[in-house]
Design a protein around this ligand. Structure first.
Ligand code: SF4
Length: 451
């Protein structure tokens, strides 16, 4: 953070933390707790034991399926994706994912349950052909019917969406179409390795609207390579003009396994060739302000929604409140009966495990009750507010006592306040929330590489 933030804090406030300015390599985004680096193979027996128990009553079940295929690898991408798989490799992958689901659907923890949300993430789920999608979803629904689902989310890359495919996606029951737009400028898209072009965005969006998807989300990234102030403002203007139900904005981070980092290393550079953190926070703030002028409400650190009463994001809200998540596919992260697990993170070991009829789990962790409390508390803080009595009821712990120290720190920085039964984070805090959340981590998890 710039030095003017550390000078002369108002009475009663502490100097704000000195934040890193330049974008260097590493993970910033907090998506789970404890950090993935604490998940180990020796946790797998506890995961297996959880599968043999009945589920906790009233805990919703979700399904996440990772589709690890993309047309091109974006230079900022840190997901497990493949750009070289042909139709027969994709078919074996779909069959392996179905086989994986079958291995779970007969077990006490999963069998007979009806998922309340389904999420197709990637990679690029829309890379699959209509026939592949039909084969996949009809197989999934045969094992765990979707008649009680509240939401089916499907991530799509605009350049892969024909009208025919969009129609099939809608017909298979998708309620929330998430378009990976990222930017509207062809040069910025191209230089960041994106496969789609700007004209494909408007075309896909218009047809998706026409055929009545209940919810369309647009993803943007603040701080792509060669993005400028003018470009960012234009992206926000174009987004508001399309008027999607929700807009999700990420601040560009550069983890170690990205093409951008590999190039930085080859060039001997420590700073990534993208906007610094001050600029990215300012750009997200600008976007939120502009969207608010168009009637949107900021619903989390990353999201603005057009109609707050009607626009829900069931996957996020259930997951952040401790739902069970049956995660399928290569490198997927799930959460079963309070135990975290991750699948094999490479294609061949994943397929081999499935061909041998074994669950393809590679590491797991059974968090303590305190770690579960921290997890829910920090994830729900990303919403900008969280209700204190919820934790008292669920964990039997008063969060004001348990988190007295970090809450005091955030309040003294002027970024949080306790307001009756709520803790609220203000805009300044929300724009850097992932960094603030580390204040709540147990000492052994602080400053760990977040992957
Ligand atoms: S489309 Fe998404 S998953 Fe695929 S390479 Fe780009 S960022 Fe990665």
């Amino acid at each position: 953070m710039s030095s003017d933030n550390t000078a002369h804090p108002p009475a009663g406030l502490l100097p704000k933390p000195v934040l890193q300015k330049e974008t260097t390599a590493g993970n910033y985004f907090v998506s789970n707790y404890p950090p993935f680096s604490a998940w180990k193979t020796d946790g797998i027996p506890l995961f297996e034991a959880a599968l043999q128990r009945p589920p906790t009553p009233d805990t919703p079940l979700g399904i996440y399926l990772h589709i690890p295929f993309c047309r091109k690898r974006c230079h900022f991408c840190y997901f497990r994706v493949y750009t070289d798989k042909d139709a027969s490799a994709i078919r074996s992958y779909i069959d392996a994912a179905l086989r994986e689901m079958e291995l779970y659907s007969g077990l006490p923890f999963i069998g007979g349950r009806k998922p309340s949300f389904v999420y197709f993430g990637g990679g690029t789920p829309s890379y699959l052909s209509v026939d592949q999608l039909k084969h996949l979803t009809s197989g999934m629904q045969r094992m765990l019917p979707w008649d009680e689902v509240e939401e089916v989310t499907f991530e799509a890359e605009p350049g892969t969406l024909t009208d025919h495919k969009l129609k099939a996606i809608r017909e298979m029951g998708v309620t929330r179409l998430s378009l990976g737009v990222e930017n509207f400028d062809d040069h910025v898209l191209e230089i960041n390795g994106r496969a789609h072009h700007s004209k494909e965005i408007g075309r896909a969006y218009a047809y998706a609207r026409e055929i009545g998807f209940p919810q369309i989300n647009i993803d943007l990234i603040a701080g792509m390579v060669e993005e400028t102030e003018d470009n960012w403002r234009e992206c926000v203007r174009r987004t508001a003009e399309l008027s999607p139900d929700s807009v999700t904005i990420y601040q560009m981070e550069v983890p170690y396994n990205t093409t951008i980092y590999k190039q930085m290393r080859a060039d001997g550079k420590l700073n990534a060739p993208v906007a610094d953190w001050d600029t990215k926070r300012r750009w997200v703030d600008y976007a939120f302000n502009e969207l608010e002028k168009h009637g949107y409400t900021v619903a989390s650190a990353y999201t603005a929604v057009r109609n707050k009463e009607k626009t829900r994001f069931v996957y996020r809200d259930r997951l952040w409140a401790g739902a069970d998540l049956l995660a399928l596919g290569v490198a997927s992260f799930g959460h079963i009966g309070g135990v975290h697990y991750q699948n094999q993170h490479d294609f061949d070991p994943y397929i081999a495990a499935m061909q041998a009829g074994q669950r393809p789990v590679y590491r797991a962790l059974a968090p303590t009750n305190d770690e579960k409390l921290i997890r829910e508390f920090i994830l729900q803080l990303k919403l900008g507010q969280t209700r204190l009595s919820y934790y008292q009821q669920k964990f039997g712990v008063n969060p004001l006592q348990r988190f007295a120290e970090p809450l005091q720190t955030l309040q003294q920085w002027g970024m949080a306040r306790v307001d009756g039964d709520y803790v609220r984070i203000n805009r300044e805090g929300l724009l850097q929330v992932d960094r603030l959340l580390q204040e709540f981590f147990l000492p052994e998890h602080r400053n760990t590489r977040y992957a």
